[in-house]
Design a protein around this ligand. Structure first.
Ligand code: F6P
Length: 323
């Protein structure tokens, strides 16, 4: 391996810059030439590829977003798009690829490796934490901190007005941010896509809390749940809880921004180094992750299958602490 290109793809996540920096610095350490592909696979197709120097990656570790920009490329989903992308990599004589992103982005890397044999390795970068092969994905910890900080603020006003708030958090079809936010912000109830909670049970719980004179009630709703988002659920139950002034807050893209937490910086830095070393050791079509504090490489095909389960014990804790 002589020339590695790095890209960020899909939804951005805090810590992506730290992962870019670590990848590029590790490449320099091993005397490799390093390239940046802008706007993910879209930039690969449009030949938006530039050689990176030290100055491009200085003081980016602490910044949110991604200096390489990100996109969700429709064209890369087509064989023609991937062929164009491969030809552009050939023009720059790129012989190794580091893809930082979530399941869609890693699926792209897997397909690309299968079709063209270009050595590719993934770094899990998504606030959703929904990839197997790593305990945590880059960005998840910061997103949880952001969500919890926001919910603390909502609680202040909820308590002042004795209001019931439904707060919707991101996570696509996974409930990891929701369950963490539920535990970390003492929610009255937490609804995640992985566990069905009938609306009647939620209503009973809230009625019981009224009897217990709870001052404020925050219900966390994961965006991907089958019963609908926060607004829909609030609408469904408002008639059954007429004495409550109900408010809805959707945290949205707020959860994707901001400086990465210490945990995300360290994780991203380890994985950047691991990605370059993995490629040099001939570990292709794998994702670098950290399990039990050790770097591990998992075939991308395994990392993206379904998504890892929310820990049963976390759910147990949420249940006990919100009753
Ligand atoms: O995958 C990250 C994520 O933020 C999800 O939690 C969310 O469902 C989705 O991306 C939003 O995507 P977009 O920014 O394209 O609207």
């Amino acid at each position: 391996i002589k020339r590695i290109a790095v890209l960020t793809s899909g939804g951005d996540a805090p810590g992506m810059n730290a992962a870019i920096r670590a990848t590029v610095r590790a490449g320099f350490f091993y005397n490799l030439e390093m390239y940046g592909i802008f706007r993910g696979y879209e930039g690969m197709i449009q030949n938006d590829i530039k050689k990176l120097e030290s100055k491009h990656i200085s003081h980016i570790l602490e910044r949110g977003g991604t200096i390489l920009k990100s996109a969700r490329s429709q064209e890369f989903r087509t064989p023609e798009g991937r062929k164009k992308a491969f030809e552009n990599l050939q023009k720059h004589k790129i012989d190794g690829l580091v893809v930082i992103g979530g399941d869609g982005s890693l699926t792209g890397a897997h397909l690309f490796y299968k079709e063209f044999g270009i050595p590719a390795i993934g770094i899990p970068g998504t606030i959703d934490n929904d990839l197997a092969g790593t305990d945590l994905t880059v960005g998840f910890d910061t997103a949880c901190n952001t969500a919890i900080e926001a919910i603390d603020k909502i609680r202040d006003t909820a308590t002042s007005h004795d209001r019931l708030f439904f707060v919707e958090v991101m996570g696509r079809d996974a409930g990891f941010i929701a369950i963490n936010a539920g535990i970390g912000s003492a929610a009255a109830a937490t609804l995640i896509p992985e566990k069905k909670m009938p609306i009647e049970r939620l209503v009973e719980r809230l009625k019981a809390r009224t009897k217990a004179m709870k001052q404020s009630n925050i219900v966390i709703i994961a965006e991907g749940g089958k019963s609908g988002g926060a607004a829909e659920i609030a609408e469904k139950i408002k008639k059954q809880l007429p004495y409550y002034d109900i408010k809805v807050t959707i945290l949205g893209h707020l959860q994707r921004g901001g400086a990465p937490s210490s945990l995300d910086r360290v994780l991203a830095s380890k994985l950047g180094v691991a990605a370059v070393e993995g490629l040099m050791q001939g570990k292709y079509d794998v994702m670098a992750g950290v399990i039990n504090n050790k770097v591990v490489y998992t075939p991308i095909a395994k990392a993206i299958v379904g998504h890892k389960e929310v820990d049963e014990y976390d759910f147990h804790v949420v249940k006990i602490l919100s009753t």
